[in-house]
Design a protein around this ligand. Structure first.
Ligand SMILES: [Zn+2]
Length: 169
């Protein structure tokens, strides 16, 4: 039996009865575990850690959670905008971090993102296969790009939200 993650829609063969692992990141435990493996690699080797910012933003933007939950809407928007900055604008890590700090300084409301129906994006299943830092970095970059592309119909709105946040700070 396989289980499908309701965020990234990846399928998992090794299943568990563990509960939903995070209060607002919309992922199932099986997906969260594989994400944990990827984070472990990054935290235990500086060469893997180089793309950590993109890893966190890719995962957050792919698991948008409940549209009713303000924290979920904030997480989804902030991570997706951060991907826009690194992937599309080639912003530095510092610029992206500055946006994230500004965006989360006050408790603001965020528009809800709509779950992708059949996205052609990479998932943790692809990223976890990397067996060296170079291939990890390539995969994570492609992961981020594939997610940004999957939201193509929302690009204008997302960029508008980004500009609004920057104006308000
Ligand atoms: Zn997932």
């Amino acid at each position: 039996m396989t289980k499908t993650c309701f965020g990234c829609l990846a399928k998992f063969k090794k299943t568990t009865d563990a509960p939903i692992p995070h209060p607002y990141i919309g992922a199932i435990a099986e997906c969260w575990d594989v994400y944990g493996e990827i984070l472990n690699k990054e935290f235990s080797d500086p060469a893997y850690f180089k793309v950590h910012r993109t890893t966190v933003d890719a995962y957050g933007a792919q698991h948008i959670g409940s549209r009713e939950d303000r924290r979920a809407r904030q997480s989804a928007n902030v991570h997706l905008i951060a991907l826009y900055l690194t992937v599309s604008k080639k912003a530095s890590r510092e610029e992206t971090l500055m946006f994230i700090r500004n965006a989360t300084k006050i408790k603001r409301d965020w528009p809800s993102l709509i779950q992708r129906k059949s996205p052609e994006w990479l998932t943790v299943q692809d990223i976890v296969k990397a067996d060296n830092p170079l291939s990890h970095a390539h995969l994570v970059t492609r992961w981020g790009q594939s997610i940004w592309e999957a939201y193509e119909d929302c690009h204008e709105d997302i960029i508008r939200t980004y500009k609004k946040v920057m104006r308000e700070n």
